[in-house]
Design a protein around this ligand. Structure first.
Ligand code: MN
Length: 226
């Protein structure tokens, strides 16, 4: 009989709306620079295609589990994002079949230590310290979904002031293209979440800020920076 030297890590999970079942999280992929206006505010080249980075599964913070202001940084930023939850996967998935793998969508925030990310960019270092820290992936419940992905308004308010507002159809890579592109690089599987990128208007958060994200038809996410 196999025994572990200590108990295996707890399975991170996200609630599914109107269900007792939980979505077990395997991996979190994130798209960088998937909205042209955000790519411009980050100083990106307008011919550069979007790209991927990742966060650990336990970076997830569900609604009601407020993320703590992270260590080391002096410039924590919000990035409101549509999150895709996969019920199946594979490698080299064609765009035409990509949406068949979607269980549903959620509202997510890609919390970013912008100062550490910028210094990593300057030095050509990895982004992990800027992006993949504890509590860096707040998320709403997953809304099950079939058919065409959400296309409507995506917005975030900090202390009731709207900071980012755009529409999902401004994404450079559509949801189907994001899945297809990711599956060229990694074999996707049930339990994978993909944060699909943020529109323009990213900005700082401080301890005590009340953050309210909303995506038309998908839901809302509210948390306070603890
Ligand atoms: Mn992002």
């Amino acid at each position: 009989m196999i025994s572990y030297i200590f108990p295996p890590p707890a399975q991170t999970a996200v609630p599914i709306e109107n269900s007792d079942a939980l979505f077990p999280v395997r991996r979190i992929l994130c798209v960088g620079r998937n909205y042209a206006a955000h790519r411009a505010e980050m100083g990106g080249d307008d011919r550069e295609p979007p790209f991927f980075f990742s966060k650990p599964a336990d970076a997830i913070r569900n609604q009601g589990d407020n993320p703590a202001y992270p260590t080391v940084t002096k410039n924590l930023h919000h990035e409101i994002e549509l999150v895709v939850a996969l019920k199946s996967g594979g490698a080299n998935i064609p765009v035409s079949e990509a949406l068949d793998h979607v269980l549903g969508y959620a509202v997510g925030v890609d919390l970013t230590r912008r100062d550490l990310q910028n210094s990593a960019k300057d030095k050509g270092h990895p982004w992990d310290a800027g992006k993949a820290f504890d509590g860096s992936a707040p998320i709403s419940a997953i809304r099950p979904w079939t058919g065409s992905p959400p296309q409507g308004r995506i917005a975030i308010a900090v202390n009731s002031q709207v900071k980012q507002a755009s529409t999902i159809d401004n994404m450079i890579w559509s949801v189907a293209e994001v899945i297809a592109e990711a599956s060229k690089l990694w074999t996707l599987a049930p339990g994978d979440l993909i944060y699909t990128g943020t529109p323009e208007g990213v900005g700082p958060l401080v301890k005590g800020d009340k953050v309210e994200g909303e995506i038309d038809g998908v839901g809302t996410l509210t948390f306070t920076v603890a």
